[in-house]
Write a new protein. Structure first.
Lengths: 245, 364
């Protein structure tokens, strides 16, 4: 079904190997679901991040959160050198909030806009926890956006398409994939269900570990930035994955 | 004088414009999504939102380029925050917020309907005079509002069901005239003089005795009944079946000239009868309100303000001068948002970074 593994992250970043280079000031925006997040980084240094249950309030809450970050860090929006946004899959409205804020900043400051798949960022956050990983973002109505990843010789690879599935379908895929570590948006109910359906074979992140952290999105984006100019910002759009039914 | 960047994405137009001093249009860029939505016969909200995400950066880039402006020439950012489609509004609002934050510019929130009213400031010559009676008629709205000063609105009446433009769209669909319905109905009715509409096709006017509210869904139903009942035209007495057959034949491209002209004349008469009824009520109530409230001028606004027959009848009957925006400022655009934003800015009304969309925002 998939066209082969897709590399998500690999070699260390240039500013991780040469600490004298401060690296660019980058703002990351994560609005793919009811959990909202913003992170401000300078190269490898995370200046700050906020992650919270925004519900449907992203439009009113995300930019104030970003402004708090740059005020605390003693910088101004005008100093931003790159902006990264999660492209999902996730809530269509939520993703549009992040994309629009990112596009506005890219427009006004003429800085690169990087799109990072939210599920990739989730997998990246949990890559130390297992060899085979499953990233989850809630899709509502008992469905979940998911993708499977594998760690191989220092690189993180996505080994399946982004998909939208029910809890039962997710359990089936996890059982088929063997020993999988699941991270991302995991309600207590989902964890209980996956544990039962997989006969206890699945390992799920604890609530604190599972929480989506925008600094990981920022770090992935920072890596992409070092690889060359990002694709055309105006045409950047969310990953529109249709729920079934 | 401050140049305001206006951003408008409340429905299916992705628009950006630069306006100096609230009146001088330096650029006005509108990316219409009409072609995208035509085959659905109306705006599909999810498609509209997706298109805004793709169109917004090019629209703003072009608005600056056409004005020959750099970011340093922009003094504020104004955006419509509602009313409109939620998914569409949040693209414009979030882009505007980020642009304002990024450039360190004041952000101004504008009511989309107020924007339509301010299209009347985008003209050469003297500014409109208060108290100004505004008739805002579009696909989503039909409101009669008394504007006592900048930012001071008194709602006199609004539609209780379909907006005027919505009724035009529905009737256009019933008559097979295409989308968008306003221009389609007007074109179809163009060959008919009001005096040529036979008695049996005269539609009862929904005056709703007393107030200034409107209702247009009854007119649409009346047109539907006439079509279903098989109206008779000047060239015969065709049954409903004949009309349907003529329509099908026309669609299949195999209609005889006689069939086609029969279909066209019936359709034209009905289109004209409908348009006359809508215009009669809109103009009648507006003129009565202007007199009752001592308005010094009447301002027409909104997409339906592009209707030539409405302009003609209102101007002929009104007790005070009638202002009509240029056609390009009647339909949704960002210049009108920038104009409204300028006057809000003058009044010191600056929005915070927590500005949210307001899909069902009212003018008063
Ligand atoms: Zn409008």
């Amino acid at each position: 079904m998939s066209a082969g593994p897709v590399r998500v992250a690999g070699a260390p970043l240039p500013w991780q190997t040469s600490p004298e280079t401060p690296g660019p000031l980058l703002l990351a925006l994560d609005t793919a679901s009811g959990v909202g997040g913003v992170a401000l980084c300078r190269g490898p240094l995370v200046l700050g991040e906020e992650t919270w249950r925004a519900g449907g309030q992203q439009t009113s809450q995300v930019l104030p959160a970003a402004a708090r970050l740059w005020e605390r860090a003693g910088v101004m929006a005008q100093h931003l050198q790159a902006v990264a946004v999660g492209t999902g899959p996730g809530s269509f409205s939520g993703l549009r909030v992040g994309l629009s804020l990112g596009k506005g900043l890219a427009l006004a400051l003429r800085i690169p806009l990087l799109g990072v798949a939210t599920l990739d960022a989730v997998a990246y956050q949990h890559q130390g926890a297992g060899t085979t990983l499953c990233a989850v973002v809630e899709a509502g109505r008992g469905q979940y956006y998911i993708a499977l990843y594998r760690r191989s010789r220092g690189a993180l690879l996505r080994i399946g398409e982004y998909a939208v599935v029910t809890a039962d379908e997710l359990a089936e895929r996890l059982t088929a994939a063997g020993r999988v570590y699941v991270g991302g948006e995991l309600s207590a109910e989902l964890v209980a269900r996956l544990t039962r359906l997989t006969g206890g074979a699945v390992r799920c992140a604890s609530p604190a570990a599972a929480l989506r952290r925008p600094a990981y999105l920022a770090e992935l984006a920072m890596g992409r930035l070092s690889e060359g100019p990002p694709p055309d910002a105006p045409s950047l759009q969310p990953i529109y994955l249709q729920r079934t039914r | 004088m401050t140049s305001v960047l206006g951003i408008e994405t409340s429905c299916d137009e992705t628009a950006a414009a630069l306006v100096r001093g609230g009146r001088e249009v330096r650029s006005n860029v509108v990316f219409s999504q009409e072609d995208l939505h035509r085959r659905f016969g109306g705006v599909v909200p999810e498609l509209a939102s997706r298109q805004h995400v793709l169109g917004i950066m090019p629209a703003v880039h072009r608005a600056l380029a056409e004005a020959g402006a750099s970011w340093d020439d922009v003094g504020a950012v104004a955006v419509s925050r509602g009313p409109g489609l939620a998914g569409s509004l949040l693209v414009g609002v979030n882009v505007a917020k980020a642009v304002a934050a990024g450039r360190g510019l004041p952000l101004v929130a504008v009511n989309h309907l107020e924007g339509h009213v301010y299209a009347n400031w985008l003209t050469a010559g003297a500014a409109p005079l208060f108290p100004l009676l505004c008739l805002v008629v579009s696909g989503g709205h039909t409101e009669l509002v008394l504007m006592e000063d900048h930012g001071k609105y008194r709602l006199l009446g609004r539609t209780r069901d379909d907006a005027a433009g919505e009724a035009f769209d529905k009737v256009a669909r019933i008559l097979g005239l295409g989308y968008p319905g306003g221009p389609a109905v007007e074109r179809a009715a163009a060959s008919i003089a009001p005096g040529d509409i036979p008695e049996r096709l005269q539609l009862t006017r929904p005056w709703l005795r007393g107030g200034f509210d409107f209702s247009f869904s009854g007119l649409k139903t009346a047109v539907l009944r006439l079509v279903e009942g098989g109206v008779s035209g000047p060239v015969g007495n065709p049954s409903r079946l004949a009309l349907v057959a003529a329509g099908r034949a026309a669609e299949a491209g195999s209609a005889t000239a006689a069939d086609a002209s029969l279909q066209q004349s019936e359709t034209a008469l009905l289109a004209a009868a409908f348009q006359e009824a809508v215009v009669d009520v809109l103009a009648g109530k507006t003129c009565r309100a202007a007199e009752a409230l001592g308005a010094r001028q009447i301002a027409l606004a909104g997409g339906v303000a592009a209707n030539g027959r409405l302009r003609e009848v209102l101007s002929a009957r009104a007790p005070v001068p009638v202002l009509t925006p240029e056609l390009r400022f009647c339909t949704d655009n960002a210049a009108m948002i920038a104009a409204a934003g300028y006057f809000r800015l003058q009044a010191g009304e600056i929005a915070g970074w927590d500005l949210d969309i307001a899909p069902s925002l009212r003018l008063a």
